[in-house]
Write a protein that binds this ligand. Structure first.
Ligand SMILES: Cc1cc2nc3c(=O)[nH]c(=O)nc-3n(C[C@H](O)[C@H](O)[C@H](O)COP(=O)(O)O)c2cc1C
Length: 203
């Protein structure tokens, strides 16, 4: 059973969450977990102006995803930072290249799940995940979120990401906050939960 984690991360927050998602998925016996980045669409110059070059170097060892790799997975967990309450353009461009897979029904019946990151607490995490789900439904995927069985999303004693729609982290206005222990735990839970469901569907 193959779990593919496909993400874009500009400053490393989603990358860190993706690693926790992978850890959780690997806990499920028989799960083969693969991490992939979507192709960059911005030039080095623009990335430099955005202060993203250091973080990009830290992710350079993660292979860039080819669209056809989606067809070989049983579950796909997508990670994207919020951009104006939606997925980032890099992810949109990648998904817009999946028309041939859609035409063949290649993703129908696969498990799909989404996690995200935003600068601010109410900056659009839920809208990013829910609007992402639209694309997954068009592809015929079975959507899995982060159930309240992960009790960490009920916390009010500290600021935290995480909703029934999926794991998330709050990065701060300058990207100064990295995922908290609770947010990392939510990502591990989502990874494991998705893999467990995929294992049942592929039995
Ligand atoms: C063009 C642009 C739009 C953004 N829009 C939002 C937004 O709507 N809400 C928000 O809270 N943060 C917004 N952010 C901040 C990003 O979500 C934040 O940098 C990201 O979650 C950090 O994750 P990463 O390090 O994995 O890229 C935006 C950032 C950029 C560059």
């Amino acid at each position: 059973m193959r779990v593919l984690i496909v993400f874009y991360s500009m400053y490393g927050h989603i990358y860190k969450m993706a690693q926790a998602i992978a850890e959780g998925a690997r806990e499920v016996p028989g799960a083969e977990v693969v991490l992939r980045r979507v192709p960059e669409t911005l030039s080095e110059e623009i990335l430099g102006m955005m202060g993203a070059l250091e973080a990009q170097k830290s992710m350079a060892s993660i292979p860039v995803c080819k669209v056809n790799e989606l067809a070989g997975a049983d579950a796909i967990i997508f990670g994207t930072p919020t951009r104006f309450g939606n997925m980032c353009g890099q992810m949109r461009q990648f998904l817009d290249a999946t028309g041939e897979l859609w035409a063949k029904g290649a993703l129908v019946g696969k498990v799909g799940s989404v996690f995200t990151s935003s600068a601010t607490q109410h900056g659009g995490q839920e809208s990013t995940i829910l609007s992402f789900h639209t694309t997954l439904l068009h592809q015929g995927m079975i959507i899995v979120g982060l159930p309240y069985a992960f009790a960490g999303q009920m916390r009010i004693d500290e600021i935290t990401g995480g909703s029934p729609y999926g794991a998330s982290t709050i990065a701060g206005g300058k990207g100064e906050r990295m995922p908290s222990d609770n947010e990392m735990a939510s990502a591990r839970y989502q990874g494991k939960h998705v893999a467990q469901i995929a294992a049942k569907l592929t039995r």
